[in-house]
Structure formats: structure tokens, C-alpha cells
Design a protein around this ligand. Structure first.
Ligand SMILES: Nc1nc2c(ncn2[C@@H]2O[C@H](COP(=O)(O)OP(=O)(O)OP(=O)(O)O)[C@@H](O)[C@H]2O)c(=O)[nH]1
Ligand SMILES: [Zn+2]
Length: 357
């Protein structure tokens, strides 16, 4: 077990609060913001949080650009969160329409909206990060200089996300289809809700292991979704590792490239409207890829592997592992045949996210 961390503990409480629609306060270097998550709140809670109805709405820069408020972003910090002035007609329903792109086509946003200066950049950016980690929409009603029952700092979120706090919880023999001689190893921190998993296949033979970093994809891994290539990539990785003699699949709980299942499914709904995977994430207010592969480096370290052959088409995985001190002796391409449902997704990976095909 890794040592208790008061900061990680507070962050876990804050994530729980966001999911229940309770306010949190974040104290950054340039001030404190009390924040009510729009997605999980309701009109009564909003009125209780902000009785005068004057607290502005905090959105990400990407969401602001989608709402055509890009010209109101801070030119010196175009990726900084945006604060929308709370005009009298921005009630809970309008705040929801500002937050949730599923309403973009059905709710004409009347405006005019006015962005106001966000003094508490540090707290605002941390709030958007916390929303992503908690799997809720990155949009809040925000009040300056006010506290809340749960108060945390950006450093507390760093502590929660610190890969160094990961430890091995247990391990067991696990024969799987495609690799009968396999062992499963489970990792966690005291606060994290999901467990990362390593599947060790075959026996070490002195060469760097063939390694696959697989990010969780419930739709692809479990349901056999044809919209992506995750399921076939997972099974092909097990087969390739078995054939190579030995190696490791790291199954990382980074559903939806780190935005969580519900937000990924929201992105799918936007893809149904014609947006690609990149634009769908931006319209939701998230980065295109929120994953941090330092967690994979930590897992390899705990397994005693400092040099790997990496099965991937994604140069970012190579770069992040190297940056975290794992040597990538070779990148091994991991390309599976396209189907009619995922051809555009794969083309977007090639054309917009730097994957090598
Ligand atoms: N947000 C979002 N996530 C997606 C989407 N499609 C798949 N994912 C997630 O993407 C992750 C898989 O990552 P990919 O980008 O497909 O592949 P990669 O792992 O980066 O690269 P390779 O190693 O080359 O396969 C999983 O967590 C999936 O849940 C999508 O449309 N939107
Ligand atoms: Zn997938």
C-alpha cells in the first residue's frame, strides 16, 4: 500500500462531490473559486449555491470556441478557461445548454454572451481537470473568493494523479484465450476507483518484452463495437506477444482517452451528428487526448522492466514512456484491418492525431 496522502484524499472527496452535484472550492495561486458542476446540479441547487443568480459560468476554451465565443478568449492565454457573464436570462436550462453539446443543434443560443476576466486561472484550470477526472462535463457555476465544505488545491489533484503512488495489489495465474501461460497483476492507489492491470505472457528470455499499452474501451473490448479498433487490437496484441515468446499487456483504465465512458458516449452522439473524434472532444470541452502514460511507466517499473519493444502506431506513447524513463528499444506497428464503421475513425487518427499507418 502506498502512504496515505491528504491531498489525494481531498481530491477523491471532491470527485465524489462533483458526481453528486455538490459544490467544491479550489484554492489556486491566484485565488479561490467555489464551483457547482452544471451537469449534476439542478435549478434548486443552483439557486442555493448562487441566490442572487449572478455567478458566471466557467467553460473550457474549446467549448467557448464551439459556442462562437472564441473572440472573447484571453488572447495571451488562448487555452485558458473562459468565464461567461451571468446575464439574467442564463437560467439553469441555459447553463445546461452552454455546457452540454447535445443541445447545440436543438437550442439556439440567443446571446449576446460576454466573457469576463477570470482572475483565478489556476483554480479554473484545475476545475476543468477535476471534471475530466470525475467524468462529468467541464462546466461550472463559479464564485470568486468563496469557500465550500470540500476545499482543495491544484497540488491535491496532482497528488491524486501521481503515478508514483501506484502499487501492486495482487497477482495470480490467469490462462487466457491466446496465451495459456499468463499471469495477471493488479495495481491501484488507495483512492483510485478503477484498477490498472498487467497481463504477463510467457517467460522472460533476456530480451526486452513486447509490450502493448491498451486504454480501456468498454464498447470495443466488451461489446465488440465496430466503431473503433480497440477490441481487435487487444486480442491481436495478446497473440503477437505470445508468438514473440514473452511480453506484457497493460490494461489502463483510461476509458475514452481519459474522459470516461459517459463523456466518450457523448462524443459518439456528436459523431452521429457528423463530427469526427477530434472535434467531438473539443465540442465537449476536453483535450483531444487526456491520457498520461506515466502510469504505464510506473507499472513497468514495478514489474522490473526498464526497456521494452512497444506495439503501437501512436508516437505519443513512445515519447511519454521515454520521458518517464522507460527505454523503447523498438516501436512495432499494430495495424488491424479497417471495417466500414471505423474507417473514418482510423483515417482521423492518421490525419489528425499523428498515428503512423
Ligand atoms: N474520446 C474518445 N475516445 C475514444 C474514441 N474512440 C476510441 N476511444 C478511446 O481511445 C482509446 C484507444 O486509443 P486509440 O487512440 O484508439 O489508440 P492508441 O491506443 O492511442 O494508439 P495505438 O497504440 O496506435 O492503438 C480507448 O480509451 C478508447 O475508449 C472516440 O471517438 N472518442
Ligand atoms: Zn475503442
Amino acid at each position: 500500500m502506498s502512504a496515505a496522502s491528504p491531498g489525494a484524499h481531498k481530491t477523491a472527496l471532491a470527485i465524489d462531490a462533483l458526481r453528486r452535484g455538490w459544490p467544491v472550492a479550489i484554492a489556486g495561486i491566484d485565488g479561490t473559486l467555489a464551483l457547482l458542476p452544471i451537469e449534476t446540479a439542478d435549478p434548486e441547487r443552483l439557486a442555493g449555491f448562487d441566490p442572487t443568480g449572478s455567478a458566471p459560468i466557467l467553460l473550457s476554451a474549446g467549448r467557448a470556441a464551439t459556442l462562437k465565443l472564441a473572440n472573447q478568449r484571453d488572447a495571451a492565454a488562448p487555452d485558458a478557461p473562459v468565464l461567461i457573464e451571468r446575464a439574467p436570462w442564463i437560467d439553469f436550462a441555459m447553463a445546461t445548454a452552454l455546457s452540454d453539446p447535445q443541445f447545440d443543434l436543438s437550442v439556439p443560443l440567443k446571446g449576446p454572451f460576454r466573457a469576463i476576466c477570470l482572475a483565478e486561472h489556476d483554480a479554473g484550470a484545475a476545475a476543468l481537470r477535476l471534471a475530466r477526472i470525475g467524468g462529468v462535463l467541464p462546466a461550472f457555476c463559479a464564485m470568486s473568493g468563496v469557500s465550500a465544505a470540500i476545499e482543495l488545491t491544484p497540488a491535491d489533484i496532482d497528488a491524486h494523479e501521481d503515478a508514483a503512488r501506484l502499487t501492486i495489489a495482487t497477482r495470480a495465474h490467469l490462462p487466457v484465450a491466446g496465451a495459456e501461460n499468463a499471469e495477471i497483476v493488479a495495481f491501484r492507489t488507495p483512492e483510485m476507483p478503477g484498477e490498472h492491470i498487467a497481463l504477463l505472457i510467457g517467460a522472460p528470455d533476456g530480451r526486452p518484452p513486447l509490450v502493448r499499452l491498451h486504454s480501456e474501451c468498454l464498447t470495443g473490448d466488451v461489446l465488440g463495437s465496430l466503431k473503433c479498433d480497440c477490441g481487435p487490437q487487444l486480442h491481436a496484441a495478446i497473440e503477437a506477444i505470445e508468438a514473440s515468446g514473452w511480453g506484457i499487456v497493460l490494461y489502463l483504465r483510461q476509458e475514452g482517452r481519459g474522459i470516461g465512458l459517459i463523456n466518450k458516449l457523448r462524443a459518439y452522439a456528436l459523431q452521429d451528428q457528423g463530427f469526427d473524434t477530434v472535434d467531438a472532444n473539443t465540442r465537449l470541452g476536453f483535450a483531444v487526448d487526456s491520457r498520461n502514460f506515466a502510469v504505464a511507466a510506473r507499472m513497468l517499473d514495478l514489474l522490473g522492466q526498464r526497456s521494452v519493444r512497444l506495439l503501437t502506431n501512436n508516437p505519443e506513447k513512445v515519447a511519454q514512456l521515454e520521458a518517464a524513463g522507460i527505454s523503447v528499444a523498438e516501436r512495432v506497428p499494430h495495424i488491424l484491418p479497417a471495417n466500414p464503421h471505423n474507417a473514418r475513425y482510423l483515417a482521423t487518427k492518421r490525419d489528425r492525431t499523428g498515428h503512423q499507418f
